[in-house]
Design a protein around this ligand. Structure first.
Ligand code: ADE
Ligand code: ZN
Length: 337
């Protein structure tokens, strides 16, 4: 391992933007397809990987929703999440706030309880085996209606003490945050934190809406906020966390080249940026791969990398004493060089 690579891997990190369905590696997709007798339109793992060439978000989503069809039983959701936790632990992730998309499963007849029980049992196992803490973010699919999001919130009612936040994902353009203002208000009234994808493909206006109409605690992605200087200034002033995903941005053509990635411009503008993997099985890398790739492409210093890791904890939904403990661990690591 190079010095920088080992610095990145050993640095304690939180992952704040990870779709658990997007951590389904082709090998597990094949194993689950066989286990459940679900047909998949690929002959081999290599064929799956070569299908992962996307020119925009929708190209990816079509393949991602099709892949999720192999997830049927509680054990499937457990195995999916455990594979992610094992991989993330190897990358030095000590806390993960993972999104799941209930509607992707309930709409094909899988019970909400099946999904969440499998995820929760893996979260308990990750804590026992890796000492890794985690939290769940229940994301609404924005290409569906707000009524459908309300139905999902109702299904989650018995589990609300196990869910940290609600989120908003899927096809961004044409489905502005304003469409979900009522259901986000209802979720907030139930004590849930709020996050939303905004400014990945959508315009700065969608970031304003996420702030003003949804009252989000974090913005997922937020890249296109950079097109609006007043918005950048506001996000910086408010200390709003952005969960940035460099390899995702590259694969979904949000940036043409990682050499043009704005991560260092975000930090220079005072934005509280973090580095995350989004859908690592589809975009070619887990958290440490994302740190490594963007650090190399933009010449980030160790101090920049440590700032990104600090932001991942101060932007998390962990209680203040846990945040303080992780920040102290980062300082210990930085001091060791
Ligand atoms: N669902 C999974 N990954 C996503 C992304 N990057 N943007 C929107 N929805 C998603
Ligand atoms: Zn995402």
């Amino acid at each position: 391992m190079t010095d920088l690579n080992s610095f990145i891997v050993r640095l304690p990190k939180a992952e704040l933007h990870l779709h658990i369905e997007g951590s389904l590696e082709p090998e597990l997709m094949f194993a689950l397809a066989a286990r459940n007798g679900v047909p998949i339109p690929y002959a081999s793992v290599d064929e799956v990987r070569s299908a992962y060439a996307f020119s925009n978000l929708q190209d990816f989503l079509d393949i991602y929703y099709a892949g999720a069809s192999v997830l049927v039983t509680e054990a499937d959701f457990h195995d999916l999440a455990m594979a992610y936790f094992d991989r993330a632990a190897a990358d030095g992730v000590v806390h993960a706030e993972i999104m799941f998309d209930p509607q992707t499963h309930t709409d094909r007849g899988i019970a909400f309880d099946t999904v969440i029980r499998g995820l929760l049992s893996a979260m308990a196992e990750a804590e026992a085996t890796h000492g890794m803490t985690s939290a769940l973010i229940m994301s609404f699919l924005r290409h569906l209606s707000e009524d459908a999001a309300f139905e999902t919130l109702a299904m989650a009612e018995p589990w609300l003490d196990r869910i940290a936040a609600v989120g908003l994902d899927s096809s961004e353009v044409g489905h502005p945050p304003s469409k979900f203002a009522q259901v986000f208000a209802a979720a907030r009234a139930k004590g849930l934190k709020l996050v939303a994808h905004a400014g990945e493909e959508g315009p700065p206006e969608y970031v304003y809406q996420a702030l003003d109409l949804l009252n989000v605690d974090r913005i997922d992605h937020g890249n296109r906020a950079l097109e609006d200087a007043a918005l950048v200034e506001r996000l910086a002033r408010e200390g709003m966390t952005l969960t940035v995903c460099p390899l995702s941005n590259l694969k979904l053509c949000v940036v043409g080249d990682l050499a043009d990635h704005p991560i260092d411009r975000m930090l220079a503008a005072g934005l509280k940026a973090t580095v995350n993997s989004d859908d690592p099985a589809y975009f070619g890398g887990y958290v440490a791969d994302n740190y490594r790739a963007v650090a190399a492409a933009r010449g980030l210093s160790r101090e920049d990398i440590a700032t990104l890791a600090r932001n991942s904890f101060t932007g998390s939904f962990l209680p203040p004493d846990a945040v303080a403990g992780h920040l102290a661990a980062i300082e210990g690591h930085v001091g060791m060089g």
